[in-house]
Design a binder for this molecule. Structure first.
Ligand SMILES: *Cc1c(COP(=O)(O)O)cnc(C)c1O
Ligand code: SF4
Length: 343
C-alpha cells in the first residue's frame, strides 16, 4: 500500500495553488446544465430541480460530477446533489435548524457545545451543496470573521484551559485560503493548552486538488496533532484522486477519519456501508461517525426511522472489525456529547 501511495504522490507534485480555485468556479451550474451533463431527461426532472435550486442552488464541482453515472436517476452521488420536487414540499417536524446550532454560539464564529472541544466557523462557504444539509437554510454567505474577532476567539480559548481541541469547521474550512488557515494555525500554536487541531471538511473529497503542497506545509505548524474528519457517504465518492489526496495528508502526519450521514436512497443498507468502511480503510481513512439523519426541512425524503438506522448499524457491526464500524450517533441539543443510538 505504501508504494501505491508513493507513486500517487509523485503524479501530483506539479499542482498549483490556483488549480482548485478554478475548479471551484465552475461548480455553480444551472439546472439545465446539470441535467444535460448527466444525461437526465429535462421533462422529468426540470420542474423539481428548478424549484429546489431556488431554495438552495445547485453547486457541484467537476471532479465530483465526474463520479456520477450518466443517465442513472438512482445514482447515490446524484441524489446528494440534484434538487428534487420533494424539497419544495413542507413536512411536519422538519425544521430549519434541527441542531439548534445558534443557541450554543459563544459569539460569532465560535460554537462551544462540549467540554473539551470548541468549534470555529472559519468560513460559511462550501464547495458543494449537499441537498440534505441543514446549512441549506443558513448559507452564511456573509459570515466572515474580522481580524479583531479572530483575536477575541483566541483570547476566549486562552481563558478556557479545559478546551484542548479546536475544530476548524464551517461551511467548509478548506474553502478559506491557505493564508487564513495558516493564520489560525499560527495563533492556535501559541496556546499550549491546545493539543489537537481538527478540520471538518469535504473538500479533499469533492475537489481533491485542494490538497496542495502549500496546504500540506500548514500541517506542520505548531506542536498540535492534526486530525481531519472527511465526509464521504458512499464508496463511489472515493476515486484515485481522493486516494491520492488522502495519501498526501497521511504522509504529512494527519490522522484521517470519516463521518457519513445515513441517507435513504444513498447508503441505507448494510452492504453499501460495509463496502464504504472497507474502501475508506484501503485509502487510509478510519470510519468515525455515522450520523442519524436530522430532521432538516426540505430534506425529509432522506429520512429513515431510528429503528431502521439501528438495524442497519447492527448489521454493519456484524460484518466488520470494531475499528471499521462507525458509531451511529445523533446530535441532541443540550447533550454533553454526540448521542450513540446503537449501544
Ligand atoms: C460534533 C461537534 C463537535 C465534535 O464532537 P466529537 O464527538 O468530538 O467529534 C464539537 N463541537 C460541536 C459544536 C459539534 O457539533
Ligand atoms: S456543510 Fe458539509 S454537508 Fe453541508 S453542504 Fe457543506 S459540505 Fe455538504
Amino acid at each position: 500500500m505504501i508504494q501505491r501511495f508513493a507513486a500517487a504522490i509523485e503524479v501530483h507534485q506539479s499542482d498549483t495553488e490556483t488549480g482548485w480555485q478554478q475548479i471551484l468556479q465552475s461548480a455553480s451550474l444551472t439546472v439545465a446544465e446539470l441535467l444535460e451533463q448527466l444525461d437526465l431527461p429535462p421533462s422529468q426532472w426540470a420542474e423539481g430541480a428548478r424549484l429546489g435550486h431556488e431554495l438552495f442552488p445547485v453547486r457541484v464541482p467537476a471532479p465530483y460530477l465526474a463520479r456520477i453515472e450518466r443517465g442513472n436517476p438512482a445514482d447515490p452521488l446524484l441524489r446528494q446533489i440534484l434538487p428534487v420536487l420533494d424539497e419544495s414540499q413542507s413536512n411536519e417536524g422538519f425544521v430549519a435548524d434541527p441542531l439548534e446550532e445558534f443557541r450554543f454560539e459563544a459569539g460569532p464564529g465560535l460554537i462551544r457545545k462540549y467540554q473539551s472541544r470548541a468549534l470555529i466557523v472559519v468560513t460559511g462557504h462550501c464547495a458543494i451543496n449537499c441537498r440534505y444539509c441543514f446549512r441549506r437554510h443558513f448559507p452564511y454567505q456573509d459570515h466572515r470573521l474580522s481580524p479583531e474577532r479572530r483575536e477575541e476567539i483566541i483570547q476566549a480559548l486562552a481563558q478556557s484551559p479545559e478546551i484542548n481541541e479546536v475544530i476548524l469547521s464551517g461551511g467548509d474550512p478548506l474553502m478559506a485560503p491557505d493564508s487564513l488557515l495558516g493564520d489560525w494555525l499560527e495563533r492556535l500554536a501559541q496556546l499550549p493548552t491546545i493539543r489537537r487541531v481538527r478540520f471538518h471538511t469535504r473538500l479533499p473529497v469533492v475537489i481533491p486538488q485542494r490538497i496542495t503542497k502549500s496546504f500540506l506545509d500548514l500541517m506542520s505548524i505548531g506542536a498540535s496533532r492534526k486530525v481531519m474528519v472527511l465526509h464521504i457517504n458512499h464508496s463511489a465518492e472515493i476515486d484515485d484522486a481522493v486516494r491520492e489526496a488522502a495519501a498526501r495528508l497521511l504522509q504529512a502526519g494527519v490522522l484521517l477519519l470519516n463521518q457519513s450521514v445515513l441517507l435513504k436512497g444513498v447508503n441505507d443498507d448494510a452492504e453499501t456501508l460495509t463496502m464504504l468502511s472497507e474502501d475508506l480503510f484501503d485509502a487510509g481513512i478510519l470510519p468515525y461517525y455515522l450520523h442519524a439523519f436530522d430532521s432538516v426541512a426540505g430534506a425529509h425524503h432522506f429520512a429513515l426511522p431510528d429503528q431502521r438506522a439501528i438495524e442497519i448499524s447492527e448489521q454493519v457491526r456484524a460484518r466488520l472489525p470494531g475499528f471499521l464500524a462507525p458509531r451511529l450517533v445523533r446530535e441532541v441539543p443540550g447533550a454533553e456529547s454526540k448521542t450513540p443510538l446503537d449501544f
